[in-house]
Structure formats: structure tokens, C-alpha cells
Design a protein around this ligand. Structure first.
Ligand code: ZN
Length: 316
């Protein structure tokens, strides 16, 4: 199911130097219908769970001369292609019988509870549920997708965290809702932080750095360089610009996955229960969609998690 070739695909130069354990934390699988997706073995260990992070490979959507697995309704793609792709993805995850619930994402901190009476569409950026045969999903093309699993209370969550959602602590708030609704103990939770734009590529304005610094004590660890745009320019007489016409300060780079991992830790998760993909969407156009890289021609990936029903034969 995971030939050596696929493992190599998943390893960036940085990952090759990491301990074996982190390499083994993610698997690239290809289903019989040709759909590639990423899974975390620690999640796959539960036979009553379906989960996966889609990649761009497989699917029926035509893009730049090839076919891709676009799972979001975009202007360049036909609705029926997306619906077909979603069916293919569900089938790849062996979750044909699941109802796929999606969110109207708007970079908020709103958590939708799909436990008792799933109401669609729900506007929000995270969903929680303990109802079987429901696929919770988030769509991304650079933002951070996070799947949460409480194996003890048999409940799950899917979270979409861009910089705005991260700043608003969407993942911490989702865990708060799981505590309230399912009596989740955060130290039982497993978390998978999927492919997203990395600290290598994600440039943001210094005003974003300033916003993070005002909210998080450890924010400096998430930026390549700590600048908020308020710094005096010591070199202002050493360039060719007249005084008062200095170029605006350049951007800083933000590592959103680090920021979300820190939030998971501060919410009470154990470090060994947090699995972070090191695939950067902007660095890997061969495998992933990146809005920053591909612009309006970018597809959308989907991250899905759901609980299998009682009558499922695979249940232990
Ligand atoms: Zn990158």
C-alpha cells in the first residue's frame, strides 16, 4: 500500500535529517481508484475511524493539461467535476456511506457542532461531532488543516486555520467545545496538522507579526525575524532614497503550523500525540494546491474525519 517511492515523495530535505519516528508519522496512500491521500498511522490504528488529507493527484478536474483532485467549488472548475472528485475521495477513504458535511469557511473562530442535528450549511471554520457516518471536512490551499480525535469519547473535529483563525485561537476554541460537548480530556486527544504553506514560503506583513505579538508570548518563535514595522531604520542614510521615502519594511515569514502546534500544547495535548506534516503547499506544486503559488487557478484540498457506524463489520 505504501511503496518505497511514495515515502520518498513525502520527505523534504529537512525531514531526511529527522528521527525515524517523525518520518513514519505520515503515509501517502493511493487507493484503487487512483486517488492519493495522506494519513497518520496513529489515527489509522482505530478501525472505527475514517480520515485523510487529500492531495492534488487523481481526480477528474482538468488543470493545465492534467487531471487533478479539486475538492472545492472554484470558478475554473465545473460543479459536477468537484462532486465527482468528492465521491472518489470518499470512496478512497472507504467512507462511501458517510454524509459529507462542509463548512462555509470565513476565517473566523466559529465552531459548528454537527452532533445531534447536523444543519447544513454552517458558516464557520471548525466542526465537531460524535455522530457516526458523518464526514467532517475543511478545505484548504495554503491554510492549515487540523484533524482532532478523542479515542476515549469517540469524537472528532476538523479545523481550518489561516492566519486570522490562528490569531483567534480557533483550534483552542474547538478543543474547548469538545470539552463542553463530549467531556473530552485534552491529554487524550490526537492531533494531525496537515500540509500547509510553510515558514519557508509564507510571507505576511509586519502588521500581522504585530497582531501575533500582542496575543501570544511565544509568537517570536513562529517568525523568521521579529519585526513589526515600527523599528527605526538604522540604515536610512545609506540607501539611495531621499529621507522620508524609504521603501516599506519587507515582509516577515510566519510558520502557521508551529503556531497551531503551540496552541495544541497549551490546550493540554501531549507532544507525542501531535503529528505535523512537513509538506509545504508552495514548495510542492507536484503534490499539493497552493493559492499563493497558483492564484485563482488553484484547486482545493480537503481534510476529512469521521466515525464509522455501529453495524460496520470492521469495528473491533
Ligand atoms: Zn515552502
Amino acid at each position: 500500500m505504501t511503496p518505497t517511492k511514495t515515502k520518498t515523495l513525502l520527505r523534504t530535505p529537512a525531514a531526511r535529517n529527522k528521527p525515524q519516528a517523525s518520518r513514519e508519522a505520515w503515509k501517502l496512500r493511493t487507493s484503487e481508484n487512483g486517488i492519493g491521500f495522506l494519513q497518520v498511522p496513529a489515527f489509522s490504528a482505530f478501525p472505527w475511524l475514517a480520515h485523510g488529507f487529500s492531495i492534488s493527484q487523481g481526480g477528474v478536474s482538468p488543470l493545465n493539461g492534467s487531471k487533478v483532485l479539486n475538492l472545492g467549488f472554484t470558478e475554473w472548475d465545473a460543479r459536477e467535476n468537484v462532486q465527482k472528485n468528492r465521491k472518489l475521495f470518499q470512496s478512497a477513504l472507504n467512507a462511501n456511506e458517510f454524509a459529507l458535511v462542509s463548512l462555509k469557511q470565513f476565517h473566523s473562530d466559529v465552531v459548528c457542532d454537527f452532533s445531534s442535528t447536523p444543519k447544513e450549511p454552517c458558516s464557520g471554520d471548525a466542526s465537531i461531532s460524535n455522530t457516526p457516518n458523518l464526514s467532517l471536512s475543511v478545505q484548504t490551499a495554503d491554510c492549515v488543516p487540523i484533524l482532532l480525535l478523542d479515542p476515549k469519547k469517540r469524537s472528532v473535529a476538523a479545523v481550518h486555520a489561516g492566519w486570522r483563525g490562528t490569531l483567534q485561537r480557533i483550534v483552542e476554541k474547538t478543543i474547548g467545545r469538545m470539552k463542553m460537548e463530549f467531556k473530552t480530556n485534552p491529554s487524550d486527544l490526537l492531533a494531525a496538522i496537515g500540509p500547509a504553506i510553510g515558514g519557508c514560503c509564507y510571507e505576511v506583513g509586519t502588521e500581522v507579526a504585530a497582531a501575533f505579538l500582542s496575543q501570544f508570548a511565544n509568537a517570536p518563535e513562529w517568525f523568521d525575524e521579529l519585526r513589526t514595522g515600527d523599528e527605526p531604520n538604522p540604515l536610512q542614510w545609506l540607501n539611495q532614497f531621499p529621507p522620508g521615502h524609504q521603501p516599506p519594511p519587507k515582509n516577515v515569514r510566519l510558520d502557521l503550523r508551529k503556531a497551531n502546534r503551540a496552541q495544541l500544547l497549551s490546550a493540554g495535548l501531549r507532544p507525542q500525540n501531535i503529528f505535523v506534516s512537513d509538506l509545504c503547499t508552495a514548495c510542492r506544486p507536484d503534490l499539493l494546491f497552493s493559492y499563493r503559488k497558483q492564484g485563482s487557478e488553484s484547486g482545493r484540498m480537503m481534510s476529512v474525519i469521521g466515525i464509522r457506524g455501529e453495524n460496520k463489520s470492521s469495528r473491533k
